[in-house]
Each structure stands twice: as C-alpha cells, then as structure tokens.
Write a protein that binds this ligand. Sequence first.
Ligand SMILES: Cc1cc2nc3c(=O)[nH]c(=O)nc-3n(C[C@H](O)[C@H](O)[C@H](O)COP(=O)(O)O)c2cc1C
Length: 57
Amino acid sequence: MKYVRLPYYSKDSREMSLSDLKSILSTARQNNTRIDVCGMFCYDQQYFIQVLEGERE
Ligand SMILES: Cc1cc2nc3c(=O)[nH]c(=O)nc-3n(C[C@H](O)[C@H](O)[C@H](O)COP(=O)(O)O)c2cc1C
C-alpha cells in the first residue's frame, strides 16, 4: 500500500463567492471521504492551496 501526499496550488478563473467555496468543500468532503482521501483546502487572494493524502490508487 503506497501512501501519497499531494500538495498543489492553482488560481481561480473567476472570483469565488463564499457559496462557491462551500460547494467545492462539500463535494470534496463527500467524494474524498468515500475514497478514504483526506487533506486541507485553503483559498485566499484568488489562489487555492490543497493538500490531499491517501493511497496512490
Ligand atoms: C481548488 C479545487 C479543489 C477541489 N478539490 C476537490 C477534492 O478534493 N475532491 C473532490 O471530489 N472535488 C474537488 N473539487 C471539485 C471538483 O472540481 C468537481 O467539481 C467535483 O469533483 C465534481 O465533479 P463532476 O463535475 O465530474 O461530478 C475541487 C475543485 C476546486 C476548484
């Protein structure tokens, strides 16, 4: 079993509202929990930073 930590950043393509962010977070929590992936999600000044952890597969 190969465990992987994947950090990345990206820039938004349009301004994100609080509701946009809540929607992304909600989807991520549902999907990631289902496949046993956890992590961290931040957004500030038009940039996302995310770290995902889980099995490589
Ligand atoms: C910065 C960013 C991070 C995201 N992280 C995740 C994530 O960790 N897990 C996830 O399921 N969706 C994440 N999403 C949402 C996906 O882009 C996508 O909207 C969602 O998985 C639904 O995909 P679908 O349209 O193919 O059903 C993220 C979106 C953004 C913009």
